[in-house]
Design a protein around this ligand. Sequence first.
Ligand code: XBP
Ligand code: MG
Length: 263
Amino acid sequence: MNTQNETTTLKALIFDVDGTLSDTERDGHRLAFNRAFDEYGIGWHWSVETYGELLAVTGGKERMKFYVEKFLAENDVPDDIMEKIPELHQAKTRHYTELLSTGAIPLRPGVERLIEEARQRGLRLAIATTTTPENVTALLTHTLGADSIDWFEVIAAGDIVPAKKPAPDVYDYALKEMGLTADECIAFEDSENGIRSTTGAGLQTIITINDYTRDHDFTGACIVLDQMGEPDQPFSVITGDAEGARFLNCDLVTRLHQKAIAG
Ligand code: XBP
Ligand code: MG
C-alpha cells in the first residue's frame, strides 16, 4: 500500500485463465474429465452440480484426489487409483485440448478487446493459473492465434509452483519473473480461491464472476463485475464503483488500480 500522495504507475496486467479469460470449467474441463473417466472405464461421471463442489480444490490432479477422498465411499474406490491419477490427468489434458481445438470454447466478452488495448498502450501482460501449461497454449492459440503466446511475458501455470491457488505462490512467481512489485500490477480473477491467491501476493484484483463463482466472497476486490463487457454488451456492477463506465477498458482499469493502491 502506498503512502498518501505517492502514486505507482500501472505497468502490467496479470490474468487468471479458467473462468476469467474463458468459461472453461463446466463445458470444457468437466467434459474432459468425464471423457478421460470413460476412456479408462472407471465409471465416474461429474455432473454440473458435483463439479461446482469439486472446484473448491484447484488443479486437476488435486481435484481427482479430493473426489476420491471426500466423495467416494471406501468400497467404491478403484484399486491403485491414486497411482493412476497422473495418467488419467494426461488423458484429461488430451481431451481438453482436443475440445479447445474445435473452437467450442470462446473468450469471454471484452477479453480480446482489453488485451489488444493493453498491448497498444505498452502495458505488460502475464498469466497466473493453476491449469496445465498445454491448456493455456491451446486456449490462446485457438482464440487469439498462435502469436498470442508471445504477448504474455510470463505464463505461470500448473505445477510451476507446488502450492496452487489459494496459495499466493503462482502470483509471487509471476511478479518475480517480471521484476515488478505487486503495486505495479493488477490481477484479473473469477473465484474466491483466485482472490485469496492475489491478495496473498499483495495484488489488487478485478473480478468477473461466472455461474460457479457468483456467490463467492470477493472481499478486497477493486470491483466485482458480471463480465468485462463490450460497448454493445455492457457489464453489470455487482459491487464497487465503475464511475459510470459500461465496459472495462484500460482507462477504467488504471483508475481502479490507482484508487485501490492509494487506499
Ligand atoms: C483452474 C483450475 C484448474 C482447472 C483444471 O483454477 O482449478 O484445476 O479446473 O486444470 P484457476 P488442470 O482459474 O483458479 O487457476 O486439470 O489442467 O489442472
Ligand atoms: Mg479462475
